[in-house]
Design a protein around this ligand. Structure first.
Ligand SMILES: Cc1cc2nc3c(=O)[nH]c(=O)nc-3n(C[C@H](O)[C@H](O)[C@H](O)COP(=O)(O)OP(=O)(O)OC[C@H]3O[C@@H](n4cnc5c(N)ncnc54)[C@H](O)[C@@H]3O)c2cc1C
Length: 383
């Protein structure tokens, strides 16, 4: 049995990127994944994820986003896959809404290019969008979308090419500290030893990382595709941006241009407001009352989008109480690094999280600013 430097458990968004960055540094990597490559039972499927830089969640994410953009470009080049497309994006709501004011704060703090549009400007620029008179938008040319399945596949292919051993349909059943330092990992197929373990479990964090003491909430989310009234032409990426739209009650929807072909429609979804669940018990069926609620809400802001319902697909958020990520060396185990709790906004960071995990697993530290993501902030331990 070969010895490994690092074992990565969970080859979804974050783990596939970690496996690639580690293998590219010449580290001997074993990757273990419960299901097949780029599967649809976790958090990294559905064809598209928004990416943006004027980050309303906190300006602290901006340096990571700038690096993620560079790495997505490199990944596109090295893999030949279509992983990122910049269409421009609008963050819409009342001026004082988190979506608008938070995006503006990040843009101004970091000197990011942006434009502020009033309701009339927004309507003229994007005729598919129908704002209330008191709504405004922050427009960012560098917003767009990334492709989750293509990104995971690209990282897995490049990791494989760089020499990583990747085992699919082989879940980790347990791990323990090895007698001479390092870790021992068990699966139904065997037992493996390595100096370091990286755990990137997505919505399986409550099972695999309960010892972090972080109260994760796993949430069922639904992505909906509609064929617009009058066809997709006004919704193509050249004319229609990605958007996040917050209403007066603070509820957000977000969506994409028609990027899945003439019959693929355009995707829209609620941000948050999901049902608490687990990966084992989630109801993967989408019900008529949910489709009606999505169509009614969308119609208020994009009157022509919910023409005909095409399809819908469930997905899982892994929320932390403050909706910030968890990325750190495990506070109780020197040989273990963790990344989880991405709270429904992690995919745009995938390549930079891979780089950070490779730093932490090989050197114990990273140059990237990850102080916000220390799990001890959520487990009652004094930092
Ligand atoms: C509907 C929806 C919309 C979203 N929209 C956006 C967006 O617009 N922009 C954005 O940036 N982010 C978005 N996100 C969030 C983003 O997709 C996630 O943050 C990201 O995919 C999380 O990746 P992950 O690697 O943590 O989880 P996953 O990709 O789920 O990977 C975890 C992996 O661990 C594996 N695993 C679990 N247990 C074991 C075990 N015991 N042994 C081996 N393997 C195991 C699982 O099979 C899985 O492959 C969205 C998420 C959803 C669900």
């Amino acid at each position: 049995m070969p010895g490994y430097d690092v074992i990565v458990v969970g080859l979804g968004g974050m783990g596939s990127a970690a496996a690639y960055h580690l293998a590219a540094r010449g580290v001997r990597v074993l990757g273990l994944e419960k299901f097949g490559p780029a599967h649809d039972r976790g958090a990294s499927h559905g064809g598209s994820r928004i990416t943006r830089q004027s980050y309303f969640e906190s300006p602290e994410y901006v340096p990571l986003l700038l690096r993620a953009y560079e790495l997505f470009d490199g990944l596109a080049r090295d893999s030949g896959r279509d992983v990122i497309t910049l269409t421009g994006g609008v963050m819409v709501g009342r001026p004082e809404s988190l979506t608008v004011s938070g995006s503006r704060l990040s843009a101004e703090r970091w000197g990011l290019e942006h434009e502020m549009l009033d309701a009339g400007d927004l309507r003229r620029r994007f005729p598919t969008l129908s704002p209330e008179p008191d709504e405004v938008a922050l427009f960012e040319a560098k917003a767009g979308f990334v492709r989750p399945e293509a990104t995971v596949s690209a990282h897995l292919e490049l990791a494989d090419r760089a020499g990583a051993d990747l085992h699919f349909d082989e879940p980790m059943t347990s791990w323990s500290a090895a007698p001479g330092g390092g870790v021992r990992v068990e699966t139904a197929a065997g037992s493996y030893e390595a100096g370091q373990l990286v755990i990137t479990p997505g919505p399986w964090a409550p099972q695999l990382l309960s010892d972090l003491g972080v109260p994760f909430t796993i949430e069922r989310q639904v992505q909906y595709w509609f064929q617009p009234t009058g066809g997709v032409e006004p919704f193509v990426p050249e004319r229609h941006p990605i958007y996040i739209w917050e209403d007066a009650a603070g509820s957000q929807i977000y969506g994409f241009p028609a990027i899945d072909g003439p019959d693929g429609g355009a995707k829209v979804a609620f941000f948050r407001r999901g049902i608490v669940t687990t990966p084992e018990t989630i109801d993967r069926e989408v019900h008529p009352d949910e489709i009606t609620a999505m169509a009614d809400r969308t119609r208020r802001n994009l009157p022509d989008l919910p023409g005909t319902f095409l399809t819908a697909k469930t997905c899982l958020y892994s929320n932390t109480p403050d909706e910030h990520f968890v990325i750190a060396r495990h506070p109780a185990h020197e040989a273990v690094t963790v990344a989880c709790g991405f709270s429904g906004h992690g995919f745009k960071f995938v390549p930079v999280v891979g780089e950070i995990l490779a730093d932490l697993a090989t050197t114990g530290t990273t140059q990237h600013p990850i102080g916000l993501f220390d799990p001890r902030r959520l487990s009652g331990v004094t930092i």
